[in-house]
Structures are given as C-alpha cells and as structure tokens.
Design a protein around this ligand. Structure first.
Ligand SMILES: Cc1cc2nc3c(=O)[nH]c(=O)nc-3n(C[C@H](O)[C@H](O)[C@H](O)COP(=O)(O)OP(=O)(O)OC[C@H]3O[C@@H](n4cnc5c(N)ncnc54)[C@H](O)[C@@H]3O)c2cc1C
Length: 385
C-alpha cells in the first residue's frame, strides 16, 4: 500500500463519480477516482441520451435535479466548456384519459414543489409541438425549464476541471477490494495496488452491488438493458423532450428530442425489463420503437437512423437512488442505483456528497438523504422512473 492518504476514494468515473470528484476538489479535498475503463464516462454515462429534468414526483429528486439544472445551465459561462446545454423543456403527452389523469395528479405534486410545469390542452400543446399527431390528443404537461446536454462532453468537463483542482484519476484499474479495520474503511485494493483512505464512495453504477459485496455489504442494485438511437440531422422542428407513457407490447414509455445538431435521440423502456449486463444492441429495438414514434409524430416516417446502442440502468426496487452513509462500516458511502436518471442527478448528487463528507449538510440535505436512505423499506414506487 502507498503511504499517500486520500481524503476520499471514489469508485467509478461515471455520471455520479465525476461531478462528485469535481465538487470535492473544488472544496479543497483531495479525491482519487478509480475506474476500470480507459477514460471518463465510459460506463452507463455514455449510453444516456442527455435528458435533464427537475420534474419528478419526490422532493429528493426534485431538489437534486434543480441543483443539477443550475450547474448544467451555467456551466459554459462559469467554466468555459460547451456541454451542449439546451433548455428545450419536457412534455409528457396524453392521448387517453388514463395517462391524462396520471399526469394531472402528478402535476399537483410538482406544482406544490414550485416547479415550472403546467398542463396544456390539445391546441396549446400543438403550438409548442406542432408535429404531434393531433387525432385523439388530449393535451400534456409542459415544463419549459428542463432541457438536455451531452453526457460525454459533461463527463469530460467535470473530469478536466476536477483534475485542475487537484483530483487524481486512475483509469484502466479495477477495484477488487475495500479494506476495513475495526469497522472502519482504511483503504482500497485494486488489480494494480492499493490506496489509503478513510472514506470510500461506491459510485460504481450498474456494478455497484459487486463493489458493495467487496466489503461484506449489499445493495439492491440490479442492472437492466435499455437501447437508444440517433437519426441523421434535420432542420430544427422540435424543442421539448417528448415522453409518451402509454404502454405497448414489449415496452413501457419512450422518449425523444431533437439535439442541437438537428439529430433526434430516442430511447425506450422495455417491458418486461431485460435484467443483466448485456450491452450488445439488438435488431428488435428499432422495429419496436419506430412505429411508436411515427404514430406519435407522422413527420418522422422518412428520417434515417444512423446508429443504435445499448446501455444499462442501475435499477433499485423502488426506482429511487440509494445515497448515504453505511451504518455498518464507518467511512463507506453509497451513491448508487441512479436508475434511468443518473446523468441528470449527477451534479446535484455530487454537490450533496461533497457536503456530506465535509459534515456541512443542510436540513434539506438531511431530508433528501432520508428519502434516499440505504435503510429505507423500498416499498414505494417512483411514479415517473
Ligand atoms: C439508453 C439509455 C438512456 C439513458 N438516458 C438518460 C437520460 O436521458 N438522462 C439521464 O439522466 N440518465 C439517462 N440514462 C441513465 C444514466 O445513463 C445512468 O443512470 C447513469 O449513467 C448512472 O451513473 P453512474 O455514475 O451511477 O454509473 P456509470 O456512469 O456507469 O459509472 C460507474 C463507473 O464505475 C466504474 N466501475 C464499476 N465497478 C468498478 C470497479 N470494480 N473498479 C473500477 N471501476 C468500476 C465503471 O467502469 C463506470 O465507469 C440512460 C441510460 C441508458 C442505458
């Protein structure tokens, strides 16, 4: 083991580990980030299509994502890098009373938290998204403050700025053990050596359970596969992320938006879930999502798809992340189970973890951590996972 003692060791340079390293280094801490892949953001992070919204159904995620939006939206003017942030908004559309009533119920909760979200009736919604299929359209929610950015550019930005501020990174190195002594973390073992620390953050995404088990703990994170795709670029015609929550054979919701380059990015939630770590794209994804997208927006019939890919959601039983200190092992912190929203949660979670490690939690942080506690019942269910 080296003699150097790091303030914090973060396992995983992904959507969560990178902003966490950045906020910690900015606060004057010396974190070490270890990742098995060759460069930042190569796990689930690079599979994300870049959607960012604060319009969730629980206070914890709303708070974290409001902070994230503040960071994403001001990144360029504050730190200089273009992470392709666009405030295009989100719209959950409804063609049946069932979805309209789910969305309207949720709207009351979201508005109670002060979120900028409202219901648009059919004609108002068509003004915002003129190319939606108008037949049977009832309306939808619209949250103009939400948006999108590039997960890869964001990863790179957090990485370079964390490094400039003193964070250290080790790539192509796999954590193989967490060293504990008398109920406390004392270091981390890897396939290339060892590092001393009293604080370890498990930010290992889809691989979080295996990392927890390295120190005799467990965490209910099970990866499942999701596919996404990108089209050729076309002239701008769509501002918000469009989400259709109607279930269909083989899938639940799907969502898509037009990126700043003009390309459309799209993604679907398979039903039943495809549990496991398989990241090979399939020939079933496009035939499943294409008719749904063209049905919703007939104009898309002739657009060409350039590429599809597959990535992993680190899922939890209730659809909420698991964030907080271990009670069994002093110095061990969970930052896992981000489900389908780890990219948008990243900066908010990173800033929170930085305050947690420095023992500077606010009363709101305490509430957030209570909702996301590793020791909760896992009985509820996030309504918009
Ligand atoms: C198709 C698709 C679309 C998505 N779209 C969105 C979206 O629009 N918006 C959104 O917010 N989210 C989206 N997501 C979800 C998002 O990608 C994830 O929630 C997020 O990336 C998880 O972040 P993470 O940091 O927990 O995991 P990761 O980004 O996977 O990072 C974990 C890192 O830990 C490393 N690691 C694990 N074990 C070890 C070990 N033993 N040693 C060393 N390193 C280790 C891995 O190599 C990896 O780099 C999407 C996901 C998919 C698959």
């Amino acid at each position: 083991m080296t003699t150097r003692v790091y303030d914090v060791i973060i396992i995983g340079a992904g959507s969560i580990g990178l902003p966490t390293a950045f906020f910690m280094a900015q606060a004057g801490l010396r974190p070490l980030v270890i990742d098995q892949f060759a460069s930042p953001g190569q796990g689930s992070n690079k599979a994300a299509i870049g959607g960012i919204r604060a319009t969730h159904s629980a206070a914890s995620k709303i708070r974290l994502c409001l902070k994230s939006i503040e960071v994403f939206s001001t990144w360029k003017e504050t730190y200089g890098d273009n992470i392709e942030w666009v405030r295009g908004g989100y719209s959950f559309v409804a063609y049946r009373e069932r979805e309209a009533s789910v969305l309207k119920d949720l709207l009351k909760v979201q508005q109670a938290y002060g979120l900028d979200i409202r219901w648009l009736d059919r004609d108002e919604l068509l003004e915002v998204i003129p190319d939606l299929q108008p037949d049977y359209l009832l309306g939808g929610t619209y949250s103009p403050g939400d948006g999108s950015a590039s997960p890869l550019l964001t990863a790179h930005a957090f990485y370079t700025h964390a490094k400039e501020r003193g964070a250290e990174f080790r790539f192509r190195e796999r954590v193989t053990g967490i060293i504990r002594r008398r109920g406390k973390v004392v270091g981390v073992r890897t396939d290339q050596g060892g590092y001393a620390t009293e604080t370890v953050i498990n930010a290992a995404g889809p691989w979080a359970r295996a990392v927890a088990q390295m120190c005799g703990l467990d965490t209910p994170v099970a990866p499942d596969s999701h596919e996404a795709g990108i089209t050729e670029p076309v002239a701008r015609f769509l501002e918000p992320m469009v989400v259709d929550i109607r279930p269909a054979e083989g899938s639940k919701n799907y969502y898509f938006y037009q990126h700043g380059s003009g390309a459309l990015l799209f993604c679907i939630t398979p039903e039943p879930p495809i549990v496991g770590t398989d990241r090979r794209e399939t020939s079933e994804f496009l035939p499943m999502i294409a008719p749904r997208m063209v049905g919703l927006m007939p104009k898309l019939a002739n657009i060409r798809v350039r590429r599809t890919w597959r990535g992993l959601y680190p899922m939890t039983p209730d659809g909420f992340p698991i964030v907080g200190l271990s009670r069994e092992l002093a110095g061990y912190i969970y930052a896992v189970g981000m489900c389908g929203q780890g990219y948008m949660l990243g900066p908010g979670v990173g800033a929170l973890l930085s305050r947690l490690v420095q023992e500077e939690l606010t009363p709101e942080d305490e509430q957030t951590l209570e909702e996301l506690s590793p020791y909760r019942e896992f009985g509820g269910e996030e309504r918009l996972k």
